[in-house]
Design a protein around this ligand. Structure first.
Ligand code: MG
Length: 336
Protein backbone atom coordinates (compact mmCIF):
# COMPACT_ATOMS: atom_id res chain seq x y z
CA UNK A 1 0.00 0.00 0.00
CA UNK A 2 1.14 3.51 -0.77
CA UNK A 3 0.21 6.63 1.20
CA UNK A 4 0.36 10.12 -0.32
CA UNK A 5 -0.84 13.50 0.98
CA UNK A 6 -1.22 17.15 0.02
CA UNK A 7 -2.02 20.28 2.05
CA UNK A 8 -5.25 22.20 1.39
CA UNK A 9 -6.94 25.16 3.07
CA UNK A 10 -10.69 25.30 3.51
CA UNK A 11 -12.21 28.78 3.36
CA UNK A 12 -15.09 29.59 5.70
CA UNK A 13 -18.19 31.38 4.40
CA UNK A 14 -18.33 33.49 7.60
CA UNK A 15 -15.76 34.50 10.19
CA UNK A 16 -16.26 31.85 12.85
CA UNK A 17 -16.09 32.89 16.51
CA UNK A 18 -16.29 30.64 19.57
CA UNK A 19 -15.53 31.43 23.23
CA UNK A 20 -11.75 31.21 22.73
CA UNK A 21 -10.96 32.46 19.16
CA UNK A 22 -12.04 33.66 15.67
CA UNK A 23 -10.90 32.52 12.22
CA UNK A 24 -11.68 32.61 8.44
CA UNK A 25 -9.95 29.43 7.18
CA UNK A 26 -8.78 26.04 8.44
CA UNK A 27 -5.75 24.05 7.24
CA UNK A 28 -6.50 20.46 6.21
CA UNK A 29 -4.39 17.63 4.76
CA UNK A 30 -5.88 15.40 2.04
CA UNK A 31 -4.58 11.82 1.95
CA UNK A 32 -4.76 8.87 -0.44
CA UNK A 33 -3.92 5.22 0.11
CA UNK A 34 -3.47 3.25 -3.10
CA UNK A 35 -3.55 -0.53 -3.33
CA UNK A 36 -3.81 -2.59 -6.54
CA UNK A 37 -4.98 0.45 -8.50
CA UNK A 38 -7.77 1.35 -6.04
CA UNK A 39 -7.61 4.62 -4.09
CA UNK A 40 -9.01 5.42 -0.65
CA UNK A 41 -9.37 9.07 0.36
CA UNK A 42 -8.82 10.60 3.77
CA UNK A 43 -8.44 13.94 5.49
CA UNK A 44 -6.98 15.61 8.56
CA UNK A 45 -8.51 18.91 9.69
CA UNK A 46 -6.36 21.08 11.94
CA UNK A 47 -8.19 23.92 13.70
CA UNK A 48 -5.31 25.85 15.32
CA UNK A 49 -6.51 25.47 18.94
CA UNK A 50 -5.96 21.70 18.76
CA UNK A 51 -2.24 22.05 18.09
CA UNK A 52 -1.78 20.26 14.75
CA UNK A 53 -0.75 22.04 11.54
CA UNK A 54 0.21 21.40 7.89
CA UNK A 55 3.80 20.99 9.12
CA UNK A 56 3.10 18.59 11.99
CA UNK A 57 0.74 16.42 9.92
CA UNK A 58 3.17 16.30 6.96
CA UNK A 59 5.96 15.34 9.33
CA UNK A 60 3.87 12.59 10.97
CA UNK A 61 2.62 11.19 7.64
CA UNK A 62 6.21 11.07 6.29
CA UNK A 63 6.94 8.59 9.09
CA UNK A 64 4.07 6.28 8.11
CA UNK A 65 5.39 3.36 6.06
CA UNK A 66 2.46 1.39 4.64
CA UNK A 67 4.67 -0.50 2.16
CA UNK A 68 5.30 -3.09 4.89
CA UNK A 69 1.60 -4.10 4.73
CA UNK A 70 0.20 -6.05 1.79
CA UNK A 71 -3.30 -6.69 3.12
CA UNK A 72 -5.49 -3.61 3.72
CA UNK A 73 -7.95 -5.80 5.67
CA UNK A 74 -5.45 -6.05 8.54
CA UNK A 75 -6.90 -2.78 9.81
CA UNK A 76 -6.36 -3.40 13.52
CA UNK A 77 -2.67 -4.18 12.96
CA UNK A 78 -2.11 -1.30 10.52
CA UNK A 79 -3.83 1.32 12.66
CA UNK A 80 -2.13 0.10 15.85
CA UNK A 81 1.19 0.61 14.07
CA UNK A 82 0.15 4.13 12.94
CA UNK A 83 -0.93 4.98 16.51
CA UNK A 84 2.41 3.76 17.90
CA UNK A 85 4.54 6.09 15.73
CA UNK A 86 4.11 9.05 18.10
CA UNK A 87 1.82 10.33 20.85
CA UNK A 88 -0.97 12.78 19.93
CA UNK A 89 -1.23 13.68 16.21
CA UNK A 90 -4.84 12.49 16.28
CA UNK A 91 -5.92 14.33 13.10
CA UNK A 92 -2.90 12.97 11.18
CA UNK A 93 -3.81 9.47 12.40
CA UNK A 94 -7.44 10.02 11.37
CA UNK A 95 -6.29 10.95 7.85
CA UNK A 96 -4.70 7.49 7.51
CA UNK A 97 -7.64 5.72 9.19
CA UNK A 98 -10.24 7.37 6.92
CA UNK A 99 -8.31 6.63 3.72
CA UNK A 100 -7.87 3.00 4.83
CA UNK A 101 -11.60 2.67 5.58
CA UNK A 102 -12.41 4.17 2.18
CA UNK A 103 -10.05 1.72 0.48
CA UNK A 104 -11.35 -1.35 2.36
CA UNK A 105 -14.97 -0.35 1.76
CA UNK A 106 -14.21 -0.03 -1.95
CA UNK A 107 -12.52 -3.46 -1.97
CA UNK A 108 -15.70 -4.87 -0.37
CA UNK A 109 -17.82 -2.74 -2.71
CA UNK A 110 -19.87 -1.57 0.27
CA UNK A 111 -20.21 1.52 2.38
CA UNK A 112 -19.26 1.40 6.05
CA UNK A 113 -22.76 1.97 7.43
CA UNK A 114 -23.72 -1.25 5.61
CA UNK A 115 -20.61 -3.16 6.70
CA UNK A 116 -21.46 -2.14 10.29
CA UNK A 117 -25.04 -3.23 9.70
CA UNK A 118 -26.73 0.13 10.34
CA UNK A 119 -30.08 1.26 8.95
CA UNK A 120 -29.50 4.43 6.96
CA UNK A 121 -33.07 5.63 7.46
CA UNK A 122 -32.14 6.18 11.15
CA UNK A 123 -29.80 9.12 10.54
CA UNK A 124 -30.70 12.18 12.63
CA UNK A 125 -31.07 15.74 11.37
CA UNK A 126 -27.84 17.68 11.65
CA UNK A 127 -27.60 20.83 13.68
CA UNK A 128 -26.23 23.94 12.00
CA UNK A 129 -23.83 26.10 14.01
CA UNK A 130 -24.34 29.79 14.63
CA UNK A 131 -21.09 31.37 15.89
CA UNK A 132 -20.89 34.30 18.29
CA UNK A 133 -21.58 37.50 16.34
CA UNK A 134 -23.37 40.85 16.29
CA UNK A 135 -27.17 40.84 16.59
CA UNK A 136 -27.57 41.72 12.92
CA UNK A 137 -25.24 38.94 11.74
CA UNK A 138 -26.86 36.40 14.07
CA UNK A 139 -30.28 37.18 12.56
CA UNK A 140 -28.80 36.88 9.05
CA UNK A 141 -27.18 33.52 9.83
CA UNK A 142 -30.39 32.16 11.35
CA UNK A 143 -32.30 33.15 8.19
CA UNK A 144 -29.65 31.46 6.02
CA UNK A 145 -30.04 28.28 8.07
CA UNK A 146 -33.66 27.93 6.89
CA UNK A 147 -33.24 24.33 5.74
CA UNK A 148 -31.83 23.07 9.04
CA UNK A 149 -34.14 21.74 11.73
CA UNK A 150 -31.83 22.32 14.71
CA UNK A 151 -29.49 25.21 15.42
CA UNK A 152 -26.35 24.94 17.54
CA UNK A 153 -25.44 28.12 19.34
CA UNK A 154 -21.97 28.92 20.62
CA UNK A 155 -22.18 30.53 24.07
CA UNK A 156 -19.75 31.03 26.94
CA UNK A 157 -19.04 34.74 26.66
CA UNK A 158 -20.70 37.72 28.34
CA UNK A 159 -23.63 38.04 25.90
CA UNK A 160 -25.17 34.55 26.22
CA UNK A 161 -28.73 35.67 26.98
CA UNK A 162 -28.68 38.30 24.20
CA UNK A 163 -27.57 35.63 21.68
CA UNK A 164 -30.48 33.36 22.65
CA UNK A 165 -32.99 36.21 22.70
CA UNK A 166 -31.84 37.38 19.25
CA UNK A 167 -32.25 33.86 17.86
CA UNK A 168 -35.63 33.42 19.55
CA UNK A 169 -36.80 36.69 17.96
CA UNK A 170 -36.49 35.03 14.52
CA UNK A 171 -37.04 31.29 15.05
CA UNK A 172 -38.57 28.73 17.43
CA UNK A 173 -36.44 25.78 16.19
CA UNK A 174 -34.90 23.46 18.79
CA UNK A 175 -31.48 24.67 19.91
CA UNK A 176 -28.30 22.96 21.07
CA UNK A 177 -25.95 25.09 23.14
CA UNK A 178 -22.17 24.73 23.18
CA UNK A 179 -20.59 26.69 26.03
CA UNK A 180 -17.03 25.59 25.06
CA UNK A 181 -16.02 25.49 28.79
CA UNK A 182 -17.19 29.07 29.22
CA UNK A 183 -19.10 28.78 32.52
CA UNK A 184 -16.87 28.74 35.59
CA UNK A 185 -19.29 28.61 38.57
CA UNK A 186 -21.55 25.57 38.89
CA UNK A 187 -24.50 27.38 40.51
CA UNK A 188 -24.47 30.03 37.76
CA UNK A 189 -24.18 27.32 35.11
CA UNK A 190 -27.22 25.51 36.56
CA UNK A 191 -29.26 28.71 36.62
CA UNK A 192 -28.25 29.41 33.01
CA UNK A 193 -29.19 25.88 31.94
CA UNK A 194 -32.67 26.28 33.50
CA UNK A 195 -33.07 29.61 31.70
CA UNK A 196 -32.00 27.94 28.41
CA UNK A 197 -34.27 24.92 28.98
CA UNK A 198 -37.27 27.25 29.29
CA UNK A 199 -36.32 28.66 25.89
CA UNK A 200 -36.26 25.35 24.02
CA UNK A 201 -32.61 24.37 24.41
CA UNK A 202 -32.34 20.56 24.25
CA UNK A 203 -28.75 19.88 25.33
CA UNK A 204 -25.64 21.68 26.50
CA UNK A 205 -22.16 20.82 25.31
CA UNK A 206 -19.12 21.28 27.57
CA UNK A 207 -20.76 23.68 30.04
CA UNK A 208 -17.73 24.01 32.32
CA UNK A 209 -13.93 23.72 32.00
CA UNK A 210 -12.90 20.12 31.37
CA UNK A 211 -10.82 20.03 34.59
CA UNK A 212 -13.92 20.79 36.74
CA UNK A 213 -14.99 17.16 37.01
CA UNK A 214 -16.79 17.20 40.39
CA UNK A 215 -18.60 20.44 39.52
CA UNK A 216 -19.71 19.01 36.16
CA UNK A 217 -20.99 15.81 37.80
CA UNK A 218 -22.94 18.02 40.25
CA UNK A 219 -24.37 19.99 37.33
CA UNK A 220 -25.30 16.90 35.28
CA UNK A 221 -27.17 15.40 38.25
CA UNK A 222 -29.37 18.52 38.49
CA UNK A 223 -29.60 19.58 34.83
CA UNK A 224 -33.02 19.26 33.13
CA UNK A 225 -31.25 18.63 29.79
CA UNK A 226 -28.33 16.33 28.87
CA UNK A 227 -24.75 17.56 29.33
CA UNK A 228 -22.35 16.45 26.61
CA UNK A 229 -18.58 16.10 26.97
CA UNK A 230 -16.58 17.63 24.13
CA UNK A 231 -13.29 19.32 25.09
CA UNK A 232 -13.16 16.68 27.88
CA UNK A 233 -13.19 13.91 25.26
CA UNK A 234 -10.53 12.55 23.01
CA UNK A 235 -10.23 8.82 22.79
CA UNK A 236 -11.70 5.50 23.93
CA UNK A 237 -10.43 5.73 27.54
CA UNK A 238 -12.18 9.09 27.95
CA UNK A 239 -15.58 7.41 27.56
CA UNK A 240 -14.96 5.69 30.92
CA UNK A 241 -13.81 9.01 32.47
CA UNK A 242 -16.95 10.77 31.19
CA UNK A 243 -19.29 8.10 32.58
CA UNK A 244 -21.06 9.51 35.66
CA UNK A 245 -19.79 13.03 34.95
CA UNK A 246 -21.65 13.89 31.71
CA UNK A 247 -24.90 12.50 30.24
CA UNK A 248 -23.20 11.82 26.94
CA UNK A 249 -20.17 12.27 24.73
CA UNK A 250 -19.35 14.06 21.51
CA UNK A 251 -17.28 11.87 19.16
CA UNK A 252 -15.08 13.62 16.62
CA UNK A 253 -12.92 11.71 14.16
CA UNK A 254 -10.11 14.29 14.28
CA UNK A 255 -9.72 13.86 18.03
CA UNK A 256 -10.16 10.10 18.36
CA UNK A 257 -7.84 9.01 15.46
CA UNK A 258 -10.64 8.08 13.07
CA UNK A 259 -13.50 5.75 12.24
CA UNK A 260 -12.18 2.59 13.89
CA UNK A 261 -11.79 4.14 17.34
CA UNK A 262 -14.99 6.21 16.90
CA UNK A 263 -16.90 2.99 16.30
CA UNK A 264 -15.44 1.47 19.49
CA UNK A 265 -16.32 4.62 21.48
CA UNK A 266 -19.88 4.57 20.18
CA UNK A 267 -20.29 0.92 21.13
CA UNK A 268 -18.82 1.44 24.61
CA UNK A 269 -20.89 4.57 25.32
CA UNK A 270 -24.04 2.73 24.26
CA UNK A 271 -23.28 -0.16 26.61
CA UNK A 272 -22.85 2.39 29.44
CA UNK A 273 -26.27 3.88 28.56
CA UNK A 274 -24.69 7.20 27.64
CA UNK A 275 -25.97 9.56 24.96
CA UNK A 276 -23.87 10.03 21.84
CA UNK A 277 -23.40 13.03 19.62
CA UNK A 278 -21.33 12.97 16.46
CA UNK A 279 -19.32 16.13 15.86
CA UNK A 280 -16.80 17.52 13.42
CA UNK A 281 -14.34 20.31 12.71
CA UNK A 282 -14.54 22.62 9.72
CA UNK A 283 -13.58 20.02 7.16
CA UNK A 284 -14.43 18.88 3.63
CA UNK A 285 -17.09 16.37 2.59
CA UNK A 286 -14.37 13.70 2.82
CA UNK A 287 -14.13 13.61 6.64
CA UNK A 288 -17.83 14.51 7.00
CA UNK A 289 -18.90 11.57 4.81
CA UNK A 290 -16.61 9.30 6.85
CA UNK A 291 -18.16 10.43 10.15
CA UNK A 292 -21.67 10.17 8.74
CA UNK A 293 -21.27 6.39 8.32
CA UNK A 294 -21.81 6.24 12.12
CA UNK A 295 -24.78 8.61 12.06
CA UNK A 296 -27.56 5.96 12.09
CA UNK A 297 -26.44 4.93 15.62
CA UNK A 298 -26.18 8.33 17.34
CA UNK A 299 -28.70 10.49 19.21
CA UNK A 300 -27.58 13.77 17.67
CA UNK A 301 -25.32 14.83 14.84
CA UNK A 302 -23.48 18.07 14.42
CA UNK A 303 -22.03 17.39 10.98
CA UNK A 304 -22.13 20.81 9.40
CA UNK A 305 -18.36 21.29 8.86
CA UNK A 306 -18.61 21.03 5.07
CA UNK A 307 -21.67 23.31 4.94
CA UNK A 308 -19.68 26.16 6.47
CA UNK A 309 -16.97 26.16 3.77
CA UNK A 310 -16.91 27.65 0.25
CA UNK A 311 -14.30 25.43 -1.50
CA UNK A 312 -15.26 21.79 -0.87
CA UNK A 313 -13.30 19.55 -3.29
CA UNK A 314 -15.47 16.47 -2.57
CA UNK A 315 -19.06 15.36 -2.90
CA UNK A 316 -20.48 12.76 -0.54
CA UNK A 317 -23.04 12.63 2.24
CA UNK A 318 -25.76 15.22 1.61
CA UNK A 319 -28.06 17.15 3.86
CA UNK A 320 -31.60 17.16 2.47
CA UNK A 321 -34.18 19.16 4.37
CA UNK A 322 -31.79 19.18 7.33
CA UNK A 323 -31.48 15.39 7.46
CA UNK A 324 -28.25 13.43 6.84
CA UNK A 325 -28.61 11.37 3.66
CA UNK A 326 -26.02 8.62 3.21
CA UNK A 327 -25.08 7.68 -0.35
CA UNK A 328 -24.78 4.16 -1.76
CA UNK A 329 -21.19 4.79 -2.81
CA UNK A 330 -18.72 2.26 -1.36
CA UNK A 331 -16.18 3.13 1.34
CA UNK A 332 -16.88 6.45 3.04
CA UNK A 333 -19.50 7.32 0.42
CA UNK A 334 -17.75 9.84 -1.83
CA UNK A 335 -18.62 10.44 -5.48
CA UNK A 336 -15.62 9.61 -7.65
MG1 MG B 1 -18.12 21.59 21.11
Amino acid sequence: MKLSFRPYTVELKHVFTIATNSRTSTPVMLTEIEHDGIKGYGEASMPPYLGESHESVASFLSEVDLKQFNDPFEMEKILKYVDSIAEGNTAAKAAVDIALHDLVGKLLNNSWYKIWGYDRTNTPSTSYTIGIDTEKMVRKKVMEAGEYKILKVKLGRDNDKEMIETIRSVTDKPLFVDANQGWKVKEDALEMIHWLYERGVELVEQPMPKEMIDETAWLTERSPIPTIADEFMQRLDDVIRAHGVYSGINIKLMKCTGMREAHKMLTLARSLKMKVMLGCMTETSCAISAASQLAPQVDWADLDGNLLISNDPFEGTKIVDGKIILTDNPGIGLEN
